[in-house]
Design a protein around this ligand. Structure first.
Ligand code: NAD
Length: 473
């Protein structure tokens, strides 16, 4: 049995039996057997089935919300997670028929030759997800895979397993979906077993585990789509609206208590305005409250994963020992058995400190001064990560010029966290060690799950055997 800690109380209040190797293998074999019927039923059937699932999720919204809230210690973001999954179903269902529709064409080299481009889905896609957005990150990549015609086996994190039971009920209520979508509970061992049984794997989590998954996938000769950690920079130029920049950056840094891969985790500000910006940021940070004791009030929930508090404590100790100043916040607090931290602003930081180079995953905003635009870009790009970032300036043009120089897959201009607004439109890959294997946004979100096959036909005369002799001369 695996025991699970409740983030608000610190108590073990949930236990589950992880799926063993035989169960994972059996599940994959069943999914693989049923997937051809799912694919051949066509895109309209798949869209209708997912829309039916949407209604079943809506019917069980309160049970899913309660379990997800117990998993994560925060209610409002759990509601947002459910809303996001419903939004994914609508959004991907709207674009899928056009993206996956039949494609035919004529050869540009031979007049009588035509071709049909067929998209052949990977039979079973394995999805492994982390604990920070347990529901969203279990289905963000799964919904496009199902629409592409794949079956899917999903394994959420062992840190947040409670939502699986009510969610399974919503799947069971749609038999055509239950035939090709399974959600299992398990830990690292279950995840590793899953990688050896599926035909493609999507992994969201840490770089260290992502590397293991990538190596195992290579051994099994299957594609791995890896969505890993981030250390997103924000650059604030002297011309920026400082109130606006501070609000956007703070909102991004502390959302979900900073337990977000694309949180702004380091800020570079023009030295002419840095002190003023830091004052504004600290003033805004001090207006934010913990959502304790009342979960429905306040802005910041508890740490979902207790070890996260230790990581933060160590980063802040390292930073202050090397000369950083805590402007506001900075303490790990214990309330009701949960671990909490207020919005924290640091100044006098540099790149010798872990808080500027390692993923923090907490509500911490370190602010560093720069002297020139080139220096700001160099500092922003001085990282192993490349998930996303943000640039603030007086005009969109000025900020965009700098954004083009940031080595990351998505850069927001005059706001933070904008990629979510273009989920179904623009493509956005994870650069450097933040990921591998193509965009989970835009058309690639679906097309990465299919193998492209060409069926080529000759409607005219064939070349005779004489052509062999001609070729030989
Ligand atoms: P983690 O890497 O510890 O675990 C993620 C998942 O992998 C869990 O389900 C776990 O059981 C499973 N797992 C562990 N070992 C495995 C193995 N050897 N083989 C297969 N599966 C295995 O990550 P976490 O602590 O749950 O999540 C936090 C991390 O996730 C952070 O680094 C964060 O930045 C990252 N993250 C990235 C994104 C993104 O979209 N890029 C989104 C959210 C979180």
């Amino acid at each position: 049995m695996i025991e699970t800690r409740n983030p608000r109380t610190g108590q073990i209040d949930y236990r589950f039996q992880p799926a063993d190797a035989a169960a994972v293998a059996r599940s994959c074999a069943e999914l693989r057997e049923r997937q051809p019927a799912w694919w051949s039923a066509g895109i309209e059937h798949r869209v209708a089935t997912l829309r039916a699932w949407k209604r079943e999720i809506e019917a069980r919204q309160s049970a899913i919300e309660a379990a997800l809230t117990a998993d994560t210690g925060r209610r409002r973001i759990s509601q947002e997670e459910i809303g996001a999954v419903l939004h994914f179903i609508d959004g991907y269902a709207a674009v899928a028929p056009k993206l996956l529709g039949p494609i035919t064409g004529r050869s540009s080299a031979a007049a009588d030759v035509g071709y049909e481009q067929q998209y052949v889905p990977y039979p079973v896609v394995g999805v492994i997800s982390p604990w920070n957005f347990p529901l969203v990150l279990s289905f963000f990549d799964t919904i496009p895979a199902l629409l592409a015609g794949c079956a899917a086996l999903v394994k959420p994190s062992e840190v947040t397993p409670r939502f699986v039971e009510p969610l399974r009920e919503s799947i069971a209520a749609v038999p055509d979906l239950a035939a090709i979508l399974s959600v299992i509970q398990g830990d690292a061992t279950t995840g590793a077993t899953l990688v050896s049984n599926v035909d493609a794997v999507v992994f969201t989590g840490s770089i260290a585990t992502g590397q293991k998954v990538g190596i195992e996938a290579a051994r099994n000769f299957i594609p791995a789509f890896l969505e890993l950690g981030g250390k997103d920079p924000a650059i604030v130029l002297a011309s920026a609206d400082l109130e606006r920049a501070a609000t956007s950056i703070l909102r991004s840094s502390v959302y979900n208590t900073g337990q977000v891969c694309y949180a702004i985790e380091r800020v570079y500000v023009d030295e002419q305005v840095a002190d003023r910006f830091t004052d504004i940021l600290a003033r805004q940070a001090q207006t934010l409250d913990l959502s304790h004791p009342d979960m429905d009030r306040g802005h910041l929930g508890p740490f979902i994963f207790a070890r996260q508090a230790e990581i933060l404590h160590e980063q802040l100790r390292d930073a202050t020992e090397k000369g950083a100043r805590i402007v506001t916040g900075g303490d790990i607090e214990e309330h009701g058995g949960g671990l909490w931290m207020r919005a924290t602003v640091l100044s006098d930081v540099d790149h010798t400190m872990k808080v500027m180079t390692e993923e923090t995953f907490g509500p911490v905003v370190p602010v560093m001064k720069f002297r020139s635009e080139d220096e700001a870009v160099r500092l922003a790009n001085d990282t192993i990560y490349g998930l996303s970032g943000a640039v603030f300036a007086g005009t969109v043009d000025e900020a965009t010029r700098v954004a083009r120089r940031i080595d990351a897959g998505g850069v927001s201009v005059n706001d933070a966290d904008l990629p979510r607004a273009v989920t179904f439109d623009a493509e956005k890959m994870a650069f450097r060690k933040s990921g591998m294997g193509g965009s989970r946004y835009g058309a690639a979100s679906m097309l990465r799950y299919v193998r492209k096959k060409a069926i080529i036909s000759n409607e005219g005369a064939i070349r005779g055997l004489d052509s062999l002799a001609e070729l030989g001369t």
